[in-house]
Structure formats: C-alpha cells, structure tokens
Design a protein around this ligand. Structure first.
Ligand SMILES: [Zn+2]
Length: 264
C-alpha cells in the first residue's frame, strides 16, 4: 500500500511549526511515499501572502535535493477563501512552481474563522447556509484542484454545541456542489484531522465521500492537515478505508497540477 499525505503545513503557515526539512524527515520515518506541503495563503490577508509561497518554494527545492529518490515532495498551497478576491486567487494559482492547490473555506465574508465562533450564540442554520453559499462560489470560481475539508465548520460546531446539528438537512445543496465539482473535473480531499483529533470521523464523512462518487467524482486526495511533525501522515489508513467504503479504487497525488492515481 502506498501512502501520500497531500495536506501538511510547515512553519510558513501562521499556525505551523515544523520546517519543510523536519516534515520530510518525519514522512520518510512514517514510510510515506510522498507529501504535499500546503501552507496557508489566506486571500483576506492580501497580496503579502504571496511571500509564503516564495519561501516555501526555496525550502521545497532544497528538500527535493536532500530527499530525492526517497520521497516525492509536492509544492502546494491551501488557498483560503479564494472566492473573496478572485483576481488575487488567480495570481496565486498561476504561479508556475505549484503542484497542487487545495481550495478551502475557513470563514465567511466579514466573519471570523469557524474555529473562533461562539456556537452558543450563533444561528447555526444561518451559518450552514452561509458556508454552502460561499463553498459553491468557491467551487464555481474553479481556482483549486481539490476542495479542502468539506464541512470544516462541523469540526468545531458539533464539538461546541450540545444540540448536535443534523448535517444531512443540508445534503441537497451539498450534493449540487459536489456535482459542480465533479463536472469541472475537480476533486475533494479526505482530511484525517477529525480522526487524529478524536472526533471519530474524516472531513468530509464517508457519507459525503460516497455522495461525491455518486455525483461522478473521480479525484480524491488524502491528507492529515498536520501543523506539527508528529501529526504528519496520521490516520491515512483511515482515509483509505473511507475511500474503499465509498467505492473508490484509487486516489490521487498531484504533480504540476495533474492528478496521478494510486490503488487503494
Ligand atoms: Zn484548512
């Protein structure tokens, strides 16, 4: 079995700790075949964010020299909120050195990151509708390869509120978004942070991964969303299990913005 971690953050992400070198060392130790370093570029923070990718590019080039033959290293980005400024997002994805782009939504316009919201005070239904409204915008904008951690808000919302919100109430709209994604030839990721953080499910859940397959989706990547070295490659076997259960026979790892497939 081959394992690829397509979602790892280095110190160039605001909340990242490890250097690219330490990540690669860890990935080799974990027996991974490849990793994509996908540092955050948050569109709401403006043009200065492009600096992240310049630094990352230097580190990835050095790591490729050091680990060549032992580990495939993709230069990626987790592009946050690309729908908030399409022209800046376009600038990011046009950088020639990128192998892979995760398109993520961590916050709605004029709102804080879902991580920081006080869910006891929020109108959860309004929040869910807002999330899908913007996710659809992001998908239609098309400046990404895979959609990052679908239902990211659920990672915090249902952990914070006693009354668990039934996400299936929103499956009709989510199904349409997945259909748009598949039709555009784009993919989704299975993010294992929910597993190693103890939530007990991947992001998105098996049900949603199945919906993506039913919608004609073919491209799925697997990633840990590690911000620390010890989380690199964690629970990728859980992602593979989810892929199999959803009926997928292969998953993707990106090079030069093209998916390369591996059997599960
Ligand atoms: Zn993210």
């Amino acid at each position: 079995m081959t394992y690829y971690d397509s979602h790892v953050h280095s110190k160039h992400s605001k909340d990242g700790v490890p250097s690219v070198d330490v990540i690669c060392e860890r990935a080799v130790l974990m027996g991974l075949n490849g990793i994509a370093i996908t540092d955050h570029v948050d569109i709401d923070l403006g043009e200065s964010e492009l600096e992240v990718l310049r630094k990352l590019n230097d580190d990835v080039s050095a790591a490729r020299e050091k680990y060549g033959g032992r580990l495939e290293i993709a230069m990626g980005v987790e592009l946050g909120e690309g729908n908030h400024d399409p022209s800046l997002a376009e600038k990011v994805v046009s950088l020639g050195s990128l192998d892979f782009v995760i398109g993520s939504l961590h916050r709605q316009r004029e709102r804080k990151d879902y991580y920081y919201l006080d869910y006891e005070r929020e109108d959860l239904d309004d929040l869910m509708r807002g999330y899908y409204r913007e996710l659809r915008e992001m998908v239609r904008g098309g400046r990404f390869d895979v959609v990052g951690h679908i239902n990211y808000q659920a990672r915090y919302m249902n952990a914070a509120t006693r009354a668990k919100l039934d996400l299936s109430l929103y499956y009709n709209v989510l199904r349409e978004i997945l259909e748009d994604t598949a039709r555009a030839g784009k993919g989704i990721e299975i993010n294992t942070s929910g597993l190693w953080r103890g939530l007990g499910f991947t992001l998105p859940t098996l049900e949603v991964v199945r919906m993506f397959r039913d919608a004609g989706g073919e491209i799925v990547t697997t990633g840990s969303d590690a911000h620390r070295a010890e989380h690199v490659g964690l629970k990728l076997d859980g992602a593979v299990e989810c892929l199999r259960a959803a009926g997928f026979r292969r998953y993707a790892f990106f090079k030069e913005r093209e998916p390369f497939f591996h059997d599960v």
